[in-house]
Design a protein around this ligand. Structure first.
Ligand code: FDA
Length: 435
């Protein structure tokens, strides 16, 4: 693996994460002398902690599925996915002796449930490629003159004709990802689109939500509402000419469906992580409400009718138990309280107004966001090197010949489910092939 390095290399790659390990090996397979520099004591630290140390390496979908999941960033991934789509990535890992499995959610994991096996597979490929890995080399400065890059670490200086930056984002900084790549890119004139934590749990101070800590709901719909927008909408209505007033339906900022977990600080679980970017990217995150539909498959009018029927059947009994057909008991208790309906009311005496309050709280429970858990707990960083300034067919900078980017340092962030590794591996491979 690491024979004593000469100072001059064809290609230097910074960051031995998903994109760097893939990119450096690919460049070496093309016949280049390649040096991969990593500040940590071991490669692939983020891979090791990913997916609860199981590593969800990609998603059971095709290239189009990945492109679609990346929304407006998806177009940028076409060329990368054409050389390493989800099936190709699975095959590559399996060919290194690590069988994979697909879970119900479409997530692909190693059969062993060990992220370490994925890193070992990548390292076997890396070693075969002939590339060199130097650990505990923290890159400090980069400069370029006459087509040669000079890279200085905390220990020594290297030069190379081509440079691939795969230093990741700035979330989970304990993994080595402290956002260093953004400053280097800026130094070469690149624009960095606004950075924000993404795939991150959300916080709230609403006591009823905090009381539900530990409760998991497998299938809810979350929507994000902007209270400021609604306030403006209401004011506009107030100024509307007589006869033109009416409740204006404002669009949600975002909507996702999936599993929700209540925690001691607020909200987590896949659906929250996926929608979190809309809150963290909002100019005033505390103006966001997370609006929860606890029973997305039941229309409000049918739920209202269902509660009425339950009440009629329960007669003189108290109403405490009537919501259990739809939601767990702990949640029902909080919903009664929030809706201002006493659980001691006799079922037959429940008023229409009380019923519609309950329906509103089950279908549109409002939770005010107080923020997020920040970069410390964000699985990815949204924003990064502006995609408009990078050639998506090669991953080369449009501003600086010989400079390449791949992985999370780019303005790429996907949903949970293996999409982020897929993009990192694919862009890494494309960059390695094109250096
Ligand atoms: P990555 O972060 O992997 O690697 C960058 C490397 O650069 C690091 O090793 C860092 O030390 C190094 N580096 C940085 N600055 C340096 C410097 N100055 N000098 C030298 N080296 C430097 N995704 C997914 O698809 N499935 C999943 O299951 C998960 N799970 C998950 C869990 C958790 C807790 C986190 C934090 C993240 C995930 N992710 C995920 C996201 C995924 O880990 C992430 O998108 C990829 O690792 C990005 O790959 P990169 O190669 O771009 O960066």
């Amino acid at each position: 693996m690491s024979e004593a390095p000469a100072d001059v290399w064809d290609v230097i790659v910074i960051g031995a994460g998903a994109a760097g390990l893939m990119g450096a090996a690919e460049a070496a397979f093309q016949g280049h002398r390649v040096l991969l520099l990593e500040k940590n004591r071991r490669p692939g630290v983020k891979i090791l902690i990913s997916g609860g140390t199981r590593c969800n390496l990609t998603q059971a979908t095709d290239k189009r599925g990945i492109v679609t999941a990346y929304r407006e960033q998806g177009q940028f991934l076409h060329s990368a996915l054409s050389i390493l789509g989800p099936d190709d990535l699975i095959k590559l890992i399996e060919d290194e002796g690590v069988p994979t499995k697909r879970e119900e959610t479409g997530k692909i994991f190693p059969v062993s449930d060990r992220a370490l096996d994925v890193v070992s597979a990548l390292m076997r490929r890396f070693d075969r490629s002939g590339a060199t890995l130097l650990l505990e080399q923290s890159v400090q400065t980069i400069s370029q003159q006459d087509g040669t890059f000079t890279i200085t670490t905390d220990k020594q200086t290297f030069v190379a004709g081509k440079l691939l930056i795969t230093s990741g984002g700035k979330s989970y900084p304990g993994c080595g990802t402290t956002g260093d790549g953004y400053a280097w890119a800026e130094g070469f004139g690149h624009k960095i689109t606004p950075l924000q934590p993404a795939l991150v749990p959300l916080t709230t101070n609403d006591p009823w939500v905090l009381r539900l800590s530990g409760l998991t709901l497998p299938d809810v719909v979350l929507r994000i509402a902007d209270r400021r927008g609604e306030a403006r909408g209401a004011a506009d209505e107030g100024n509307a000419p007589a006869g033109k007033k009416g409740k204006k339906k404002l669009p949600w900022l975002d909507e996702r469906r999936g599993s929700l977990l209540f925690t001691h600080f607020g909200l987590s679980g896949p659906v929250v992580l996926d929608i979190s970017r809309t809150v963290t990217g909002h100019p005033e995150p505390t103006a966001c409400d997370v609006v929860v539909d606890f029973v997305p498959d039941i229309r409000s009018d049918l739920l209202d009718e269902g509660i009425r029927e339950q009440c009629a059947a329960a007669g003189k009994k108290q109403i405490g138990g009537i919501l259990q057909k739809w939601i767990p008991h702990r949640l029902a208790e909080e919903i009664f309280q929030q809706a201002g309906v006493s659980t001691e009311t006799r079922a037959a005496e429940m008023s229409k107004a009380a019923r519609s309050q309950l329906v509103r709280w089950i279908k549109e429970a409002r939770i005010s966001a107080s923020g997020s858990r920040g970069y410390a707990k964000a699985e990815v960083t949204a924003g990064g090197v502006d995609l408009a300034e990078v050639d998506s067919r090669t991953m080369q900078s449009k501003l600086m010949p010989g400079l390449f980017f791949a992985g999370e340092v780019l303005d790429l962030d996907g949903p949970i489910g293996g999409y982020n590794f897929q993009a990192a591996f694919a862009t890494g491979m494309l960059a390695g092939r094109c250096v």
